[in-house]
Design a protein around this ligand. Structure first.
Ligand code: FDA
Length: 393
């Protein structure tokens, strides 16, 4: 005899736990299954251990998806303010860092404890260290096989996230289930991920690893103005992670170094004041010294400012405005914060996250083809999509 529940949720991450709370509050008998030993492991490590749990500016424009309209309904019905109310009810101290990013003052573990307390209050049962076997559907209910026996439920919510950080238990489970039930999956790739540089470029950048500078990182018409970091493998830092989600293998990105400054005007003024100084000395007042040196050496610029031709200065200013890189690859799922692509939103109801063709089957969170920018947006999607499914499952 199989156990029976109203709702089985596979995945005790951000989306699965939020969905469980909402469904449990509606009086549904909810069981959450996860193969991991602990719930919310990605919450625990997020935001450097302080969890950037939402972004007060989160809106549909901050998400990538084959259908940019899909996320609107869920995001509108569960807002950053709604999650913040929950955080405040649990007396979790928080602060805004930059760009609307909200973090815990103490620890990301406070968010996990809050979700577990809410699940308990809603009568939700959580079963960890549970490997999931076959899933069958007879038209009215799902049968989920586990090592400890089978469970039957009218609703099945798949909340197993994406492929990022396999070391932490990430799997392609959601895509497999989607395919089993005939739902299309948009090709997945690593997002919010450092970009590699080829060995020759890295060799030319010797001395730069560890250096950070404010840039506008550009790909096509998309640009992010944040810090970039040179590493031993290539490029990282928030601006690079953001633009990586728009970039595809083999394509170029452009870096505008210190977009707040007019280097043409700075160099012209320095030349008038003291034509004997070297241009890298002038640049080093505004960007890290090693970076100033590298740019100048790379362009073969030498000698005092007064002797530099207009053409040389133009080339230098242009390099700082649009420094092109063609990364051969990203670091991949090993270090990616998210997975782009996923269960095709065309197959899902945007109000409830239900599979249109399979009554009772839901996909939420990162498993779905909705991916946020860096800065708390991905958790907001997990909360909002989990909340949406929890209202109906
Ligand atoms: P999530 O991955 O959280 O949960 C999926 C759950 O399913 C896991 O518990 C997993 O064990 C389980 N599971 C997977 N396969 C299974 C299987 N086959 N059987 C059973 N269980 C299975 N976002 C943000 O907004 N702010 C931030 O600060 C950060 N920081 C951050 C740091 C790092 C290092 C990473 C990797 C990611 C972030 N993110 C983030 C992204 C954010 O963590 C991510 O988008 C959400 O956790 C997605 O929530 P989900 O619930 O969809 O999946």
């Amino acid at each position: 005899m199989a156990e029976r529940r109203d709702v089985v949720i596979i995945g005790a991450g951000a989306a699965g736990m939020m969905c469980a709370i909402e469904a449990g509050r509606r009086g549904r008998r909810v069981l959450v299954l996860d193969h991991a030993k602990a719930p919310g492991e990605k919450i625990r490590i997020s935001g450097g251990g302080r969890c950037n749990f939402t972004n007060i500016h989160a809106g549909p424009k901050n998400f990538l998806s084959a259908n940019p309209h899909f996320a609107k309904s869920a995001l509108a019905r569960y807002t950053p303010r709604d999650f913040l109310d929950l955080v405040e009810r649990h007396r979790i101290a928080w602060h805004e860092k930059t760009l609307g990013q909200l973090f815990c003052d103490n620890s990301a573990k406070d968010i996990i404890a809050m979700l577990l307390a809410e699940m308990k209050a809603a009568g939700v049962e959580l079963r960890l260290s549970t490997a999931i076997g076959d899933i069958d559907h007879d038209g009215t209910s799902f049968r989920i096989s586990t090592e400890q026996g089978a469970i039957e439920a009218a609703s099945l919510v798949v909340a197993t996230g994406g492929k990022s950080i396999p070391k932490m238990g990430a799997t392609g489970f959601a895509y497999r289930i989607a395919e089993q039930f005939g739902l299309p999956v948009i090709e997945t790739r690593a997002g919010l991920v450092p970009l590699m540089l080829d060995p020759a470029t890295l060799a030319a950048h010797e001395g730069l690893p560890g250096i950070a500078v404010d840039v506008a990182a550009r790909h096509g018409k998309t640009a992010f103005w944040e810090a970039a970091l040179f590493t031993h493998r290539g490029l990282s830092g928030p601006a690079i992670l953001q633009i990586s989600s728009y970039w595809r293998e083999g394509e170029e990105i452009g870096l505008h170094i210190r977009p707040d400054l007019d280097f043409a005007a700075i160099i012209a003024a320095a030349r008038r004041q003291n034509g004997r100084q070297a241009v890298q000395t002038v640049l080093a007042e505004h960007i890290p010294k090693k970076l100033a040196q590298l740019v100048v050496t790379d362009l073969g610029i030498d000698g005092p400012l007064a002797e530099l031709s207009g053409k040389r200065i133009d080339a230098l200013v242009q390099r700082l405005r649009d420094w092109r890189f063609r990364p051969p690859a990203s670091e991949g799922y090993r270090t990616a914060e998210v997975t782009l692509g996923g269960v095709d939103t065309a197959a899902l109801d945007s109000r409830s996250m239900a599979a249109k063709a399979v009554p009772g089957l839901y996909f939420i969170g990162e498993a779905v083809d909705v991916t946020g920018w860096l800065g708390g947006y991905n958790f907001q999607w997990a909360w909002a999509s989990g909340h949406a499914a929890g209202q109906e499952a």
